[in-house]
Every structure is written in C-alpha cells, then in structure tokens.
Ligand binder design. Sequence first.
Ligand SMILES: [Zn+2]
Length: 233
Amino acid sequence: MKKKVLLLFVLVLLTVAVLWRLSSLRNFQIMGKLVTRAACSEKVVALTFDDGPTGEYTDSILTVLADYKVKATFFVTGREVEENLAPARQIVEQGHELGNHSYSHSRLIFKWPATIRHELEKADVAIRSAGYQGQINFRPPYGKKLFVLPWCLAQMGKTTVMWDIEPETFPEVAASADLIVEHVIQRVQPGSIILLHLMYKSREESRKALPKLIEALKQQGYRFATVTELLSS
Ligand SMILES: [Zn+2]
C-alpha cells in the first residue's frame, strides 16, 4: 500500500513537471498559430518590448525609437494600459504596434476557459481604448501556455508571438548593456524576434542597450519591422 501511494505521488510529480516544461516551450503550442521567428530571407528583425506601459519610461523609449526611425512592438498588459492611458496612446500615435500580454499578467495555465477569455478580451478592449486599430497579436505572460490558453487563442484567431532572442534571461548578460548588444548580435538572423523589458526601473541596462543595439543591428544591414509587418513579409 505504502509503495502504491509513493508511486502515485512520483507519477503526479512527474506529470506536473512535464506539463510545466511543456507550458514553457518557446516553439511549441498544442494548437493555434505560434511564431518564434519569421521565415524570411531579408535582413529584417522585430524589436518587442514586454509589460507596461509605464509613465516613467515610455517617453524616453519612444524618443530613442523616433531618433532612429524604428518601429517596434509593445506587448502591454490591459491593466497597465488602463492605468497609463496617455503613454499607451503616445505609443500608438507614433506608429508602433500594440500586442496583448493579458490583462493582469498572471500565468494563464491551470485556469478556467472563462477566466482566460476574460483576460484576453479585457486586454484587447484596453488596447483599442488607446486608439490602436491594427491586428492584436498575443504574447503569454512568462511565456506560459498549455491547453486552454491555446484553445482560446485559436478561437479568437490570435497568433502567439514568442521570440528567438532573449538576452535578459541570462542574469550576467542582463546586467550589462554591452553584453545585451553582443548577445543579440551573435544570434540575430533574418526574421528574428528580439525580446526586451524596458518599462521598469530594474531594466536600466536594457534601456541603455537600446540605442546601441539599434546601431549595431543597422551596421549589420538589418532594418526593423513591427511583428505584424514581419509576419506578413
Ligand atoms: Zn511580461
């Protein structure tokens, strides 16, 4: 009896571990469309910024992008758009793309379909209230998706946009603007989708990296597109 309980316990643990791993896979989703990089031969990349918008940093980020005439994609949360509507509007007015990063930024796994739908729809409403009229792609909070989220996304006709380059995932890289640039330049390919977080105080190095990264990519012959442009190129 004791052995059976132990075996069951191990099985449950294993299942949870496998599901957790499956939920984090960058290039796999059980259904619906998922992209990590665009299939193109031209030297074009998409800069994507997660979280926010925030009142503190949106302005300086937009100034850098405007200086270099670069269009980017901001995966914003509905809650932060509601709280910071003016910065969200500014992003839209300057021709950048807004993407849905859920309403509350909670992990959308092990949740009821109605809860997930609500998260997605409420964020879309906030994004539209900022004046954005284009296609709204989706990026899961913490990159996590399992069964119900992909099913809801497929029903709503949304594309899951992941990334193929994530310098900040490596703490030693994230701690240095120069290393962030180097990390990206070593890995960039035509169609790459680059993930950065610029909207919070802790991301000083990422913000410092932004102009250097744009310059380095331009030097390599890359041009910049929003995610939707990249996926339709
Ligand atoms: Zn996020």
